[in-house]
Design a protein around this ligand. Structure first.
Ligand code: BTN
Length: 271
């Protein structure tokens, strides 16, 4: 498949943003041809004291050191995907601090809705991945940037919501380590429009009551009632997923009938 023909473009992304989102973003859209990681760059910007708006968008054509969860990398070939970070002002969200898992849940629901607008039916794999069929097409990495106030209290000042989507598979295909699990949308879509739709949906979902968000997350989960492998640093075991709690924890039943609550971490679907 030929490379995506429309490059990333500030004006084009802005033209797809809803009016309220455009105001929140205040023209803070940073685009890069090549960058190490848009999440790392977002944190560099925050360290420099930039930006001061409610939300900021960063996107790149190519990442040389794209980051995934659990210290993994995110494969980010030139102009074949969406490598997007959204800096969201933690103080704007509400007076109740969200943890990064809750923001990841919100982002997963928002990306699923955005993909649906492009005719793509994706499911959510706990906790941060989107799948089309049995292939991972999107990963989300939410990082909190903390600050300490004059009373010594530490709180999340900003969230950096990193979203990576494989849009078109590159000529070389995926690297060996991920080729069995990774997939692409394989649609020649306008990435500017998809970024606009993701950010619009993110704002819509952020405004929803958490209980409704988790309901939607459960509805599109591809792990509920499934047999999975729980992957921990030193041990792996099979389990059946019984429930996703309101806090997005996973309740699993082990082979001996005992139950366990997983707060975050890694599971793989058993086929
Ligand atoms: C995962 O699969 O574990 C999460 C992948 C997150 C990848 C995105 S791409 C944009 C942003 N910048 C990064 O370095 N990572 C995230």
């Amino acid at each position: 498949m030929s490379p995506i023909d429309k490059p990333l473009n500030n004006e084009s992304i802005a033209s797809f943003l809803n009016e309220n989102v455009k105001c929140a973003v205040e023209k803070k859209i940073y685009l890069y041809d090549t960058i190490d990681s848009t999440n790392v760059e977002a944190k560099r910007l925050l360290k420099k004291g930039l930006p001061s708006s409610h939300a900021t968008i960063l996107a790149a054509e190519h990442q040389t050191a794209g980051k995934g969860r659990l210290g993994r990398s995110f494969y980010s070939p030139q102009s074949r995907g969406i490598y997007l970070s959204i800096i969201y002002d933690g103080k704007m969200y509400s007076n109740i601090q969200k943890d990064t898992v809750e923001i990841t849940v919100i982002a997963a629901v928002a990306v699923r809705r955005a993909l649906k607008e492009f005719g793509v039916e994706a499911n959510i794999k706990w906790v941060n991945d989107l799948f089309v069929g049995n292939k991972k097409v999107c990963g989300i990495l939410t990082e909190g940037v903390f600050s300490t106030n004059e009373n010594g209290l530490t709180a999340i000042e900003s969230y950096v919501i990193g979203i990576g989507i494989n849009v078109l598979e590159s000529k070389e295909g995926f690297p060996d380590e991920i080729k069995n699990i990774a997939g692409s949308l394989n649609k020649n879509i306008d990435r500017n429009k998809l970024i606009g739709s993701i950010v619009n949906n993110l704002f819509l979902v952020l405004a929803k009551p958490p209980i409704e968000v988790i309901k939607e997350y459960r509805k599109y989960s591809n792990v509920l009632n499934k047999l999975v492998t729980v992957i921990k640093p030193t041990i792996q075991y099979s389990a059946r997923v019984l429930e996703i709690t309101d806090e997005a924890h996973l309740i699993v039943e082990l082979e001996d009938g005992s139950k366990e609550e997983l707060l975050s971490g890694e599971i793989s679907l058993r086929v």
